[in-house]
Each structure stands twice: as C-alpha cells, then as structure tokens.
Design a protein around this ligand. Sequence first.
Ligand SMILES: [Zn+2]
Length: 386
Amino acid sequence: MLKRYDMKKSEPEKICALCPAILTAENFTREHIIPNSIGGRKKTTGFICNTCNNDCGKKWESVLAEQFLWFSLATGVKRENGNSPNLSVKTVEGENLLLRHDGSMTAAKPTYSEQEENGKIKIKIQSRTKEEARKIVKGVVKKYPTVDFNESMDNFIVEQSYLESPLAMELQFGGPDGGRSMVKTAFALASEYGISNRKCEKAIDYLKDSEVTPPFGFCYTVDLVKNRPVDEIFHCVAIRGLPKFRKLLGYVEYFNMARILVELSDEYDGDDIYHSYSIDPTTGIEADIEVDFNVDIEILKAILDGDGMPLDKYNEAANYILPIVLKKNFDRERNRVVVDAAKLAFETLGVEPDQNLPQEKNQEFINILMEQIKPFIIANLKNKFH
Ligand SMILES: [Zn+2]
C-alpha cells in the first residue's frame, strides 16, 4: 500500500532533483538514501519523482549492488526484501563455485555422468540441492524406466566440504552507473536535511548527463573517518557545507573500504553544516560514524581531481577490511553449520527440537552432530596450520 504524501500548505513546492516534475502524491516515491540492496534502511521523501527513480535510480542501484555482491554475501547483509542473489566465484585454482546468500558455497553447476560397468549402467549425479537432484533423477527415470525414483533419492548423500584454495576476489566500484548511485546517495542525504535539490548543481549535472566529468574522487590519501571500527562492518554517508570555500561536499563509504569524496556544489552559500547517516548492514542497526572534513582544502581538491588513490593507502584499506569480512563470514558459517547439524540430528532421531532429548538418544545425537560439524572443524584446523 502506498501511503499518501501530504504536502503541507506552508511548504514550498518541491521539484524532482532530476527532472522538472513537481513532486505530488501521484509521482511520490520513498528513496533509500543508501541502497537497500547493500543493506541501507533510511529513506527520504521529496527528492526525486517515481519516474526518475524507475528510469535511472534502479539501473544505477542494480549495478552498484552487483559491484558489492561479494561483500554483501560474505558479510551477510540484511535486506528488507528478499535475499541477495547468488554470485559466481572462482577459486585461485580456477574452480567455479556459487556463493549463496547464507554465505555457503556450492558447485556452479550440477554434474551428471553415465558409466558402463559389467553390463550395467552406473549413473553419478552431483546436485546442489535436493530439489535439483529430484529433477535430474526424474529425467533418469524417463530414460531408464527400470530405475526406481524413491530408491535413488534415498541413496543421495548430503556432503559438506570446504575450499582448499582461496577465492579470487576483486573489488571494482564506481564507473558510470555505480558512481552515479553513490553520488545520488550523498545528494539524497543533502535533500533529506533540507538543502534545496537545485542547490546541488554539480551532482545534478552529472546525474543527468552521461558526458559530464564525475564530481567525485576516490578518497584514500586521508582517512576522513575519525572513529573507524575495528571489528564491525559499516556504510556511511555524510555532507559538509563549507561556505568559506563555497563548497558543499559529500562523503560516501561502503563496506569500510569503498570511499569517495563528492562535490555536490561549488556555489554553496548556505551555513556551515554537517550531517551524516551510517548503518551496520549486517544487523540493520544505525552506526555512529564520524566523518571529519576538517582537512586542508587543497588536499580535498586534489582528491576531487582524482589524486586520492595512492596504491599503498588503498592496500592499507584492503588489509584493514578483509580480516573483518573473513571473521564475519567465519562466524556465520559456524552458526549455519551447527544449526543445520542440530536440525538433521533431531530429524534423524525423530525428536521435535522443542522436546527434551531422551537420555538414551544422547550419544547418537552427539554422533550425528559431530559427523556434520567435522568438515568445518577440519577445514579450519588446516587453515590454522598452513
Ligand atoms: Zn523526475
């Protein structure tokens, strides 16, 4: 249900930031300031019209979501609607895998092979889910009517295994669409805090015209985040009005790592203001990130001019975030494995999880549990000794 957007009589008419449309109840839309696909929650109104949101907003956002999909999956970003899609990944040794929204990995494709052995045909199927196995076995039954469907399904073994070879991962962000999504986020925050949409002319020019030079630079020369967390994931967006330099600046950082400085306006004549919004995308809880723009203006200008990405500083940022991501991933995987193992053990013993486990079944319960958890423990022990 769309809530009605009541324009107060005393408020001046608001115009869409991207087109001449006056914002009314008919073209109303609520915009996530940080895209929900990477875990943003807070929304703004009176920023852009529904048509512009459908025409550009969604396209920019879907590219951005794809750029950060590995991070979203590895850290377990919580979205309001649905799970993150699967992502094809490759190990350093070239094995193709699929990374799923719960952080687990499966083969990229099911495998099927037929082999003749002593006049018999032996069929081997490796599937990613039971449902997929069911479909494949149905096909086999059609081809070989003597095959018993139920018996074949009973023979399926669920196996867990862990990677021996690390994932090859690269982060690329920005670009024409991803960059526009990030600039739009800074612009949306300015709009949320009452800055007239028309006053962010640098952002507007860029968002509306594919030929315009991006008004942002990758920001690694200086660390603008004053209270950078050491073990939590965050996204943040902040704006700062610097009337002395006639600038309205924005800063956007995703996954503690993707950092840009945006020039929303270079004709700014408002007050010296500061606003920010930050969130832990793995919990949906707002974070308290402080962005400090009090840096030599020449340094900020150099960043906007594209000199803000010295390789050593960029690597420093990557070395800071990767252990946090891996730790998050490990914690989720441990929880997933234990919960799944317990479910299977209860199921096998025919006990409801909310019932007390009969004493005589204790040992069997522990056996099943350990059998399931073993691959996870062994994989992690191997990592420890390598
Ligand atoms: Zn519009």
